[in-house]
Write a protein that binds this ligand. Structure first.
Ligand SMILES: [Zn+2]
Length: 297
């Protein structure tokens, strides 16, 4: 995610988010999106994907490559809405945010914040931000989306506040759960931020993936790709460790427990110079993903 967002853009977005947090008088977590919308004078609407009429008034403003598109508005909008993954829309004119009410309820907070981030980033203003690839070429669209996701993350974790609080807690899954609860963000996104941001100069690594000893019917037969997350220091010293290495480690230690703590062990990893180092590993399952946290004392 971070890789797609350039360093200068990261700094700019961090500054924009820090200003919002300052203007909200440094609120306590969790971030209240109603207050953010009031501050930024944003108007939120929920729509249903069958509710096409709502978008017709914007249809004529959709642009492609900077030019106005002469389109069959109703048809085009319908196509956009039907495209998989369309969950939100930012309309600069009138400062409107649309959230797909048919998307999973527990995703609404993220979707809304993603659209708020679009509204906040000045260089996104020239586009009508449907997450639809209609207004942009795919490569550019990908960067714009990554920037909005980066901004959403900074907002929901209250800028630098999350890392400060994470550092004051021990590097355990209990801490991740406590922070997820406090900031009202998903366990998975909190886990990700915890590994990357708690202390980039410490050795910390995480794996998010399927439970290797999943019991019962597997609904999704499509193989799930695991995600490796790591602190800067880990990437520097253990750049040789791959997703597959960690997956093998998880397979080795995972118990049949399907929910909550799955294992807690010490094991070694070998760094780029061939030096072995002992890590404490903790596996935790939220029934969807098995998240593994590794760190050195
Ligand atoms: Zn977007």
């Amino acid at each position: 995610l971070k890789a797609l967002v350039g360093e200068p853009e990261q700094r700019d977005i961090e500054t924009l988010v820090a200003r919002v947090i300052r203007d909200l008088a440094k609120p306590e977590p969790p971030l209240n999106l109603d207050e953010v919308r009031t501050l930024l004078v944003l108007d939120r609407h929920y729509y249903s994907s069958t509710d096409v009429g709502l978008f017709e008034e914007f249809a004529h403003r959709i642009k492609k490559g900077g030019r106005m598109l002469k389109i069959n508005a109703r048809e085009q909008i319908r196509q956009v809405l039907e495209r998989a993954g369309l969950t939100g829309l930012w309309v600069p004119d009138g400062r409107k945010i649309f959230v797909d009410q048919d998307s999973p309820e527990n995703k609404h907070r993220w979707i809304e914040t993603h659209e708020i981030a679009h509204s906040l980033i000045p260089w996104h203003q020239e586009f009508l931000m449907g997450d639809d690839e209609l207004t942009l070429d795919p490569a550019c669209h990908e960067v714009i989306e990554a920037e909005a996701n980066f901004g959403a993350g900074r907002l929901l974790f209250l800028g630098a506040r999350f890392a400060e609080e994470a550092r004051s807690l021990p590097p355990t899954f209990k801490s991740v759960q406590a922070l997820s609860d406090r900031f009202k963000n998903s366990l998975k996104s909190t886990f990700w931020r915890f590994v990357e941001d708690r202390d980039p100069s410490s050795l910390m690594v995480g794996l998010i993936g399927p439970h290797p000893k999943k019991v019962g019917k597997v609904r999704n037969t499509k193989p799930v790709e695991s995600i490796l997350v790591a602190s800067d220091e880990f990437r520097k010293r253990f750049g040789n460790i791959t997703r597959d290495d960690l997956q093998a480690l998880v397979r080795k230690h995972a118990t049949f427990k399907q929910r909550g703590p799955v294992f807690e062990v010490a094991d070694t990893l070998t760094d780029v110079n061939g030096v072995r180092k002992t890590f404490a590993f903790e596996g935790f399952c939220n029934t969807y993903d098995l998240m593994t946290l590794g760190f050195t004392a």
